[in-house]
Design a protein around this ligand. Structure first.
Ligand code: PMP
Length: 285
């Protein structure tokens, strides 16, 4: 049985899961999305993801045509229709079909789409040994232009940074903001450990407030690890004792090299390994 995709209330085979070329999501990246994980048949922090989806939509004045409860039920229905218990779920709400002009008011009906997949973002080897990243020259979107808190369908800022990373031979790239402070990676938040303290850029650095980021900060506090949300520069990255990334798809993954420089001794550090284990336990029991 092939993959079934949810489109506006219906579950259709993947080949039939299509939207109009006049959808402003396609023409202009006008829409919002979420990536949600299911572990053991249960959604991980569904409320946080659904609230963020509705907040992103509100920020672009897009009204999602169903309640939060109905949307969560639709996600579960799609998961079950695909016989998936452990999955990555993509929920997309696009502005819908309109004209070739920009005017979103001419788009009558948003498209609500739910796609499920069994992907794992990085190979297991990277989880064991840690990954290499680089800082790139593409700066993160200025919050007064397109706030990174909006998880919009326009990911070109991140894609440009990703291309720089790929050209440098790595899978993830660190973006700075206009002030030269570390913001986040193309699809993950970033943490460093400095003298036993966990530090991550504050929301004001212009980041997506990651749900995994928040979960990891809570876990760390529960473990008695001090946590700070503080601006950092490349100096802080280069002098850190440990570094790791967080994201719904990536979960928690160690960074062992930044711009060709090993982080400390170049192996995943003890706090990173501890938090990785805690996160595995939290999600997989
Ligand atoms: N930053 C960006 C730009 C992202 O796309 C993501 C992935 N959604 C994250 C951070 C991590 O957020 P979360 O933990 O909520 O998946």
């Amino acid at each position: 049985m092939g993959l079934k995709v949810y489109i506006n209330g219906e579950l259709v085979p993947r080949e039939e899961a299509k939207v109009s070329v006049f959808d402003h999501g396609f023409l202009y990246g006008d829409g919002v999305f979420e990536g949600i994980r299911a572990y053991n048949g249960k959604l991980f922090t569904p409320k946080e993801h659904i609230d963020r989806l509705y907040a992103s939509a509100a920020a672009i004045e897009l009204k999602i045509p169903l309640s939060k409860e109905k949307l969560e039920a639709a996600v579960m229905k799609t998961l079950q229709a695909n016989n998936l218990t452990d999955a990555y779920i993509r929920a997309v709400v696009s502005r819908g079909e309109g004209t070739l002009g920009l005017n979103p008011r001419l788009c009558e009906k948003p498209n609500v789409i739910i796609i499920t997949d069994s992907i794992k973002l990085y190979p297991q080897e990277l989880y064991d040994r840690g990954m290499e990243v680089v800082t790139v020259s593409t700066i993160r979107n200025h919050p007064n232009a397109l706030d990174p808190r909006i998880k919009s369908l326009n990911y070109l800022n991140n894609i440009l940074a990703k291309i720089e990373g790929l050209n440098a031979g790595v899978m993830e790239a660190i973006m700075l903001n206009g002030q030269g402070h570390v913001a986040e990676c193309t699809g993950d938040n970033i943490f460093i450990v400095c003298k036993g303290t966990l530090i991550t850029p504050p929301r004001s650095a212009g980041i997506l407030e990651g749900i995994t980021r928040n979960a990891v900060m809570c876990m760390a506090r529960d473990e008695g690890i001090p946590v700070l949300e503080e601006n950092m520069t490349r100096y802080d990255l280069f002098t850190a004792d440990e570094c790791f990334l967080t994201g719904t798809a990536a979960e928690v993954i160690a960074v062992v090299k930044i711009d060709g420089r090993p982080v400390a001794d170049g192996t995943p550090g003890p706090i990173t390994r501890k938090l990785l284990a805690c996160f595995r336990k939290l999600t997989r029991g």
